[in-house]
Design a protein around this ligand. Structure first.
Ligand SMILES: Cc1ncc(COP(=O)(O)O)c(C=O)c1O
Length: 383
């Protein structure tokens, strides 16, 4: 759905219509210069051959150091598998651990690919609904209630796509306490938005006693270093999981692109100022977009603590019409905003949250202002 809305927006642009695209799931910044230089050097030095399936040793050492330094976690290079983006890391672990009929708990709103990966593996997604009133965060009680003898996995995403919700250390500890009561349950902790956090230091559920052996950490360079196209992500996990995922990846794709691996190594080892610069820019944009959307009657907007998405509640518009179309769903509303406001957003139906829609603020402050103005104008037509 996110790619489809992006495509529709591009099609209209190609017809000469000026669209403000708020669907994008990637930073609008360029990859830092030192990272690009490392890739050029890799090419010049003919670092263009197959690498080990799980990524080069030097890259896995850089990731191991990153996990120690930034997260206080000990994973040796042998506990790390580098893949073609965090997406492949996630798919590896779901395909490796989930069999026919296994249940996977996915808090909703969720990132669109989680349920599809589980279905692909023959598993059953079990959704736990969370709304704006609870900050889009699952409580320990909700988690406990969703666990059955068939539950194998919990997929947790903090900071979250699509809501921007960030679990605090205390909230994660309470969830970890529930997980530890169920010995077959593995947590897949998607931390790809780790550095886009506006409330403090990132916390990983793997950091609590007993959780290192029960958690698969997913992360990568896409969001923190504006490197979506380089396709480097990783999983860090207990050895038995790394070994199963490695076997799968060895058959599907082998190791990721050699040049991208050198670039990612520089991203993790090199200067980190670019990460903080981008984080601050996103925080300014978040504040701007929240304040502008809060002025639009009918939208309920919370202040997300991380990532670069806003997830306003829009169900007050359901049943309303501009005289031509009746808005019945959030996807109807997204289409209406595209056609009448020339702003592209994604309906919440795609994220398991039909009362909401998602906007990405990975775009300039001028475009954010323009988008808010156009949305206010279009939504005012609905009576
Ligand atoms: C929550 C989440 N996890 C994983 C990914 C995939 O990241 P990558 O580009 O490293 O495959 C994304 C990308 O949009 C995401 O939003």
């Amino acid at each position: 759905m996110t790619f489809a809305m992006n495509q529709m927006s591009n099609d209209l642009k190609a017809k000469g219509i000026d669209i403000v695209n708020m669907t994008l799931g990637e930073p609008d910044f360029n990859t830092p210069e030192n990272v690009k230089a490392a890739a050029c050097t890799a090419l010049e030095e003919n670092y263009t051959h197959y690498t080990p399936v799980g990524g080069s040793l030097s890259l896995r050492e850089a990731i191991s150091d990153k996990l120690k330094k930034e997260n206080g976690l000990t994973f040796s290079p042998a506990d790390i598998l580098v893949s073609n983006g965090a997406k492949q890391s996630l798919c590896n672990v779901v395909m490796a651990l989930i069999d026919e009929g296994d249940e996977v708990i996915i808090p909703a709103p969720y990132w669109v690919s989680y349920p599809q990966m589980v279905l692909l593996a023959g598993g059953k997604p079990v959704y736990v609904d969370t709304g704006i009133e609870q900050g889009f965060k699952m409580t320990p009680e909700q988690l406990e209630k969703a666990i059955t003898p068939k539950t194998k996995m919990l997929i947790l995403c903090s900071p979250s796509n699509p809501t921007g919700a960030v679990y605090s250390k205390e909230e994660l500890k309470a969830l970890a306490d529930v997980v530890l009561r169920h010995e077959d349950l593995v947590v897949v902790s998607d931390e790809i938005y780790e550095h886009l956090n506006y409330v403090g230091a990132h916390a990983s559920i793997a950091s609590f006693e007993g959780m290192r052996e029960r958690t698969v950490i997913i992360n990568g360079v896409s969001k923190a270093y504006a490197m979506t196209g380089w396709r480097i992500g990783f999983l860090a996990a207990p050895k038995w999981i790394v070994s199963a995922c490695s076997m799968l990846q060895g058959q599907y794709t082998s190791g990721p692109c050699s040049v991208s691996q050198k670039a990612a190594e520089e991203a993790w080892r090199g200067p980190q100022a670019c990460v903080e610069d981008m984080r601050q820019a996103f925080e300014r944009r978040r504040n701007l977009l929240v304040s502008l959307l809060r002025e639009i009657p009918g939208l309920e907007v919370n202040v997300p603590d991380g990532a670069f998405y806003l997830f306003p509640k829009c169900s007050s518009f359901f049943g309303k019409t501009d005289g031509e179309k009746v808005i019945k769903t959030s996807t109807d509303l997204a289409m209406f905003l595209l056609e009448r406001g020339h702003v592209a957003v994604v309906g919440g139906d795609a994220f398991g949250a039909p009362d909401y829609f998602r906007l990405s603020y990975a775009t300039s402050e001028d475009k954010i202002k323009e988008a808010a103005k156009r949305m206010a104008g279009a939504l005012a037509l609905l009576k």
